[in-house]
Design a protein around this ligand. Sequence first.
Ligand code: SAH
Length: 347
Amino acid sequence: MDRITIEGWLREDDPARLAELWAEADAARRRQVGDQVHLRGLIECSNHCRRACHYCGLRAGNRGLRRYRLDDACIRACARQARELGYGTVVLQAGEDPAFGQDRVADLVRAIKDEAGLAITLSLGERSPAELAAWRAAGADRYLLRFETADADLYARIHPPLAGQPAGDRLGQLRLLGELGYEVGSGIMVGLPGQTLADLAHSIHLFGDLGLHMVGVGPYIRHPDTPLAIEPAGPLVGDVTTTCKVVALTRLHCPGINIPATSALATIDPADGREAALRCGANVLMPNLTPVAYRADYAIYPDKACIAEAAEQCHGCTQARIRRLGREPGCGNGTAPFYRAQQEVGA
Ligand code: SAH
């Protein structure tokens, strides 16, 4: 699909035409990745962050946040719980926290592999090539780093570099992650102030050009303690329908990848946000395994969904939602078919 066609679909608001888009994306999802909904247990390891991203509540300088770090024993216990609940993967996510340095994370990856035997996804921000290589060598399977928007000017405005450093290069990092053999995930927010439909179309195209194996798309949610909150909204609205259009077009443009139904969608529509995405191309859910005492503090945006439920409750709720859609919880570690195909060609 070229960018003009994608943009045309993003502009579409005729319900009958949109019903066709949802159906086509759902059929592509079934053909390519089947009816299993894969579960990734999310462990929010730390909300300390050295960056000052204009959209994110974890940004350095936000004094209204109680900062925490899970210790290694706690993270390992969460991973063992993921295994007991039958998940094939855990995601270790955090602000860009230097306390999670090269050796500590490599040791954690080895320990979790030993004890729980799970596929491990890291989402620890922009890191040095040495760190990314060391974690891959220790056994990390996947890395998630969203490029947030394909519009370079908008990105530069909302994502300042670290003091005294050159501008970060997330696209370069994503290419490096691919070269290191990671299964690579990225994605964007929908509805950032100043974002346009042309930018969304460009972003979807870029998912394909970067050869991503996973793409997460969520609505931008205003956080009052961030600089972006005072910018006027528009011209785009980050609602469920626009986000679902991006999900559906991503499935059609990059058929063999994994696409999560994101927590941000659950936050703007707790009853049906995730389901809407699962009906138009998504095939992954990320139940939260973070100990309840810390969940509210991982406030990338306000009023996050599922902050009061313990892992067992998230587990039960997730299973019920999957069954209600007539789908089945995934087994195995849910490697993207597109990644598997690349490995077989390379082998
Ligand atoms: N520090 C890591 C991981 C934590 S943030 C990183 O930056 O990659 C994970 C994702 O949350 C970000 O990539 C961003 O897309 C999303 N996010 C942050 N602030 C948000 C907001 N206000 N609304 C919606 N999504 C947000």
